[in-house]
Design a protein around this ligand. Structure first.
Ligand SMILES: Nc1ncnc2c1ncn2[C@@H]1O[C@H](COP(=O)(O)OP(=O)(O)OP(=O)(O)O)[C@@H](O)[C@H]1O
Ligand code: SF4
Ligand SMILES: [Mg+2]
Length: 396
């Protein structure tokens, strides 16, 4: 039973203890384990982590777009948009699903009762989400082709989006709005572009149409999932510039999911790091792997990888940093990062604790939390031999 969670002060989205699972045979594999996120009003949060760490499934659950079964089965996600009352889209989810999050030594979600109120939950969930959409929540998907309706022209889809924000607009005004948003995403604002169908668009054009569609609804809160993946570097820069311009105006809050740390650093003011289904760090973007401040060893590893990749590019070497194996979600006792952790490998922490207890999110500074047992992470990391070496040695 939900005990009326509260939004964080000044936050547009506060999500806590979110569990998302998928049925695999007789068990429910947890894909997001106790996920948490706080997006301040007017803030842009970067959600990073390697492929398969659960970023997409986490935010899809927060936006009611999860297509997994059972999908989200526990937690809270409170949106507080403008003067509108707060909406917890996951309110009472526990009453509808028969599963609960693992406790104590349990590794997997437990079935609590027979019965399955899933259709009822979905209906209820959808009602709240319709409300969210009316309040102004938008989504830029990871895959533009899956997000655009193949049977409708760009113009029809854009005009529909404009009408969501301005229901009283007439046909001419909706078209003017559509042309305006085409121009904003650097597509030719003319009848020809309005008349194109999704299959007639190149990858970069489809991506930009999708961004225009999300923005035309004039959202107050937007989630952009890998908005530049698959684009060439010229278009990527253009799109980052566009997002930076629109998000920098301060009226829009949101989450940017990306592997591209330099882009995240440019667009975002806060950071949440996920590793194999769990959030391991949340804090200000300035602390992103800063060697002088505490940062989760995995965040430091990500930063070192990005820097090594950038050096590789500068030196025209091919391929950048070798990617270590072992991506995806992991279920088990103790710290899930220990097989790659330099502090653990070098014995600079109580290994028994790391082996047996999943570290909680400890507050290390104002609005900065890290899931790690080490009491002085910065010193321990600086003392250890090297993060990439540790990650490369064991791909657990
Ligand atoms: N439909 C599905 N059925 C079963 N497992 C799934 C399904 N979709 C995703 N998963 C699993 O959920 C985990 C998290 O996937 P998710 O797509 O959220 O990762 P991600 O962090 O967004 O990765 P990427 O950076 O590649 O987009 C992965 O281990 C994936 O295998
Ligand atoms: S809890 Fe232990 S293994 Fe995990 S990141 Fe911290 S030091 Fe490394
Ligand atoms: Mg993803």
């Amino acid at each position: 039973m939900s005990d009326a969670p509260e939004p964080s002060d000044g936050a547009i989205l506060t999500a806590r203890d979110v569990w998302v699972g998928v049925q695999v045979g007789k068990i429910i594999k947890p894909i997001v384990q106790g996920g948490r996120i706080t997006v301040p009003q007017g803030g842009i949060l970067g959600l990073v982590g390697e492929s398969g760490s659960g970023k997409t499934q986490f935010v899809r659950a927060l936006m009611g777009l999860s297509s997994l079964e059972p999908g989200v089965f526990s937690g809270s996600a409170i949106y507080k948009i403008g003067d509108q009352p707060a909406v917890n889209v996951l309110d009472e989810v526990e009453l509808y699903t028969p599963f609960r999050a693992p406790e104590g030594d349990e590794l997997f979600p437990q079935r609590m009762r027979i019965g399955w109120a899933w259709p009822l939950w979905r209906r209820r969930f959808r009602k709240r989400l319709d409300l969210l959409r009316r309040l102004g929540v938008g989504f830029i998907f990871q895959n533009p082709n899956g997000a655009l309706n193949p049977f409708l022209t760009v113009g029809t889809q854009l005009k529909e989006a404009v009408l969501v924000a301005r229901p009283k607009a007439n046909g001419k005004e909706a078209e003017e709005g559509a042309l305006h948003w085409l121009d904003q995403v650097h597509l030719k604002p003319d009848q020809h572009t309005l008349g194109l169908y999704p299959h007639e668009l190149s990858g970069g054009m489809a991506q930009r149409v999708m961004i225009a569609l999300a923005l035309a609804g004039e959202p107050k809160f937007i989630v952009a999932d890998e908005p530049t993946t698959g684009l060439d570097s010229h278009i990527r820069l253009e799109i980052v510039g566009l997002l930076n311009r629109i998000m920098g105006q301060g009226a829009l809050s949101g989450i940017v999911i990306s592997h591209d740390l330099p882009m995240v650093a440019r667009l975002c003011d806060r950071l949440t790091v996920m590793y194999r289904g769990r959030v391991v760090e949340e804090g200000p973007i300035a602390a992103l792997g800063d060697p002088d401040s505490d940062s989760h060893p995995y965040t430091r590893e990500l930063k070192e990888r990005a820097e090594a990749l950038a050096r590789g590019r500068q030196g025209h070497t091919k391929g950048g940093v070798k990617k270590t194996g072992g991506t995806g979600v992991v279920v088990g006792k103790g710290c899930i990062y220990r097989s790659r952790c330099a502090i653990y490998r070098d014995g600079l922490v109580d290994k028994e604790l790391c082996n047996t207890v999943q570290p909680p999110m400890n507050t290390i500074a104002e609005r900065h939390k890290i899931a790690c047992h080490s009491e002085d992470i910065a010193s321990a990391l600086n003392e250890s031999v090297g993060l990439l070496a540790a990650a490369g040695q064991s791909n657990g």
